[in-house]
Design a binder for this molecule. Structure first.
Ligand SMILES: Cc1cc2nc3c(=O)[nH]c(=O)nc-3n(C[C@H](O)[C@H](O)[C@H](O)COP(=O)(O)OP(=O)(O)OC[C@H]3O[C@@H](n4cnc5c(N)ncnc54)[C@H](O)[C@@H]3O)c2cc1C
Ligand SMILES: NC(=O)c1ccc[n+]([C@@H]2O[C@H](COP(=O)([O-])OP(=O)(O)OC[C@H]3O[C@@H](n4cnc5c(N)ncnc54)[C@H](O)[C@@H]3O)[C@@H](O)[C@H]2O)c1
Length: 508
């Protein structure tokens, strides 16, 4: 039996729900006795309606007669749409355009306004209303169940909502797409520090903001919080920002942030943090109490708010894994029974929206194929991970860094050129600068990684991803002619900088 449209399903249960802590608390508070027998049966049940959950629901059922339930405890669209990618990029893009306008003679320089930026953020997060996502799901025949899901047995999911607990059964597959939650190091746990939700939903702009962490969230947030008026200090425990990027990318981003007025302190581990008054606000983006003192390395930093940006971990707590004899480790290592899958951040792999959506497409199509008795399609052995840090300059990379390639035992050669080595890149803005690098495997003469740092670098990286997936030999890349005068001519400069024996193997 498949469920009919239930009006209760259509009511968002998350109105007013804000923080990650509140999210977890709501999930457990709604737990209650589980019915003995399923009240609804679907072919596929997806727990978590972020981008990965939405995509797996779509791809498992489109073009089939399979039914799917998408269980969401908060807002359909997930972290990405309301608290992560969308608000952060809505804030960052005008800043990049304004900076470009200051460096394009002939234009009157654009001046960002704090209110205008926050209004744009609110528009791009649909003012935290998921009605549009719900319409999308309904248009595809996806049944949205509002509530918190947890496994209670093989192919069985209990969904806890205000009206009680329903037991839903999946004929073919259950997919965990519950996303991830921020990790808060012990010294910062008792001060109601901001996390990425607060900083993307910022309403109160703290005069002095300390950001702990030197990764992607930290670098992007430092950019928009400085523009909004905060005096930002970044506390980075390692030796450089964006530690998993090519070292030149770290240097260029540190210089850019410093030029904006951000203080970047590297090699400093936070040892303790105290706050005069801890007063978590009822809504996101408000300052959570009195001034703070962040201590470490014998020094003290005073702040009006502290943002913890020290990574995320898969949201697998309270999901009832033990009811089917599994642990979180089984999920992240892919050690799952055939009826159970994990996609997106919950899987513990590549916590990026586009990679979660890719995984969801692959697993969704696999579920549909198996349900129809077909053999699922093969996926390529090498699928590089593209990633873009939306600082100014942007950092865009795909595949392996040089260090990662060498650590895998590859004999690689690199080509590096200035970003402005192509007229089209230099034309983008008069302060254009940066660097581009290819990492090429000598044995196969194919690209294994690329990094571009410069204006609009994010638009340059897909060519690298295609070359890596397609295993295009570099001698063939010479014949991929970029248009003049576009920034893509950097590709020409890079390929020409490779050793002659790679470009002309026939002459060896
Ligand atoms: C500040 C910030 C900026 C980012 N910017 C980018 C970017 O520019 N580009 C990019 O590619 N990535 C970005 N990311 C990463 C991106 O947000 C995640 O990779 C992406 O959201 C993961 O999608 P997901 O569907 O796996 O999980 P999520 O988007 O986290 O969605 C999971 C959903 O599951 C729901 N849920 C959880 N548990 C349950 C349960 N038990 N029952 C029912 N529902 C449940 C949650 O309420 C949530 O809606 C950013 C992250 C942050 C923090
Ligand atoms: N533009 C984008 O695509 C984008 C933007 C933001 C976030 N994201 C995704 O979100 C994920 C989470 O971002 P993030 O910046 O929180 O994580 P991250 O892994 O990028 O960076 C974490 C930082 O915190 C530091 N750190 C970790 N533990 C610490 C501790 N105990 N004390 C002090 N410092 C500590 C690390 O050294 C690192 O500098 C990223 O992996 C990324 O995939 C992507």
């Amino acid at each position: 039996m498949s469920s009919t449209k239930n009006p209760e399903n259509l009511v968002p249960q998350s109105a007013g729900l804000t923080t990650v802590a509140a999210q977890a608390a709501q999930g457990s508070a709604l737990a209650g006795p589980v019915p003995a027998e399923p009240t609804e049966v679907y072919d596929v049940v997806v727990v978590g309606g972020g981008p990965a959950g939405e995509n797996v629901a779509q791809y498992a059922t489109q073009g089939t007669s399979l039914t799917v339930a998408l269980v969401e405890g908060e807002l359909l669209g997930g972290e990405c749409a309301y608290y992560a990618c969308m608000p952060s990029k809505a804030l960052l893009r005008p800043l990049e355009v304004a900076a470009a306008s200051r460096n394009l003679p002939g234009l009157t320089a654009a001046q960002p306004s704090a209110n205008g930026l926050l209004e744009r953020r609110d528009q791009w997060t649909s003012r935290y209303d998921d009605a549009g996502q719900l319409r999308w799901a309904q248009s595809l025949g996806i049944e949205v169940l509002r509530g918190w899901g947890r496994l209670v047995g093989e192919r069985r999911v209990a969904v806890s909502g205000p009206a009680g607990v329903r037991l839903v059964e999946a004929r073919h597959a259950v997919v965990l797409a519950t996303g991830s939650r921020p990790v808060v190091p012990p010294p910062l746990r008792d001060v109601a520090a901001w996390d990425s939700r607060d900083v993307t939903a910022v309403k109160d702009v703290p005069e002095r903001l300390v950001i702990v962490g030197g990764g992607v969230v930290a670098c992007e947030a430092a950019t928009w919080m400085t523009a909004l008026g905060s005096k930002v200090t970044m506390v980075v425990r390692g030796g450089r920002l964006l530690a998993t990027s090519e070292p030149f990318a770290s240097q260029l981003v540190e210089k850019a942030l410093t030029d904006l007025g951000v203080r970047v302190v590297t090699g400093l581990q936070v040892e303790s943090c105290t706050r005069d008054e801890v007063a978590p606000a009822p809504e996101l983006g408000r300052i959570h109490g009195g001034p703070l003192r962040v201590q470490g390395g014998g020094g003290v930093l005073e702040a009006d708010e502290v943002l913890v940006a020290t990574g995320r971990r898969p949201a697998l707590e309270g999901l009832g894994l033990e009811s089917v004899g599994l642990t979180a480790q089984d999920v992240t290592s892919g050690n799952l029974p055939q009826w159970l899958h994990a996609v997106g951040d919950a899987s513990g792999r590549n916590p990026l929206t586009h990679m979660g959506k890719y995984q969801a497409r692959v697993i969704g199509e696999r579920i549909a194929a198996l349900a129809a008795g077909r053999t699922p399609e093969e996926v390529p052995e090498i699928v590089p991970v593209p990633r873009v840090v939306f600082t100014d300059p942007q950092v865009a990379a795909s595949g392996l860094t040089e260090a990662q390639a060498r650590a895998q035992g590859l004999d690689v050669v690199t080509a590096t050129v200035p970003y402005t080595s192509a007229a089209g890149a230099a034309l983008l803005r008069d302060d254009a600068h940066g660097q581009a690098m290819l990492v090429v495997d000598r044995a196969s003469r194919t690209l294994v990684g690329a990094t571009f740092v410069g204006p609009e670098a994010g638009e340059m990286i897909h060519a690298a991803t295609i070359a890596i997936v397609g295993r295009v030999p570099v001698e063939l890349l010479r014949h991929a002619v970029p248009a003049y005068p576009t920034a893509s001519e950097i590709w020409l400069r890079l390929v020409e900088s490779l050793p002659a024996e790679l470009l002309h193997p026939a002459q060896d």
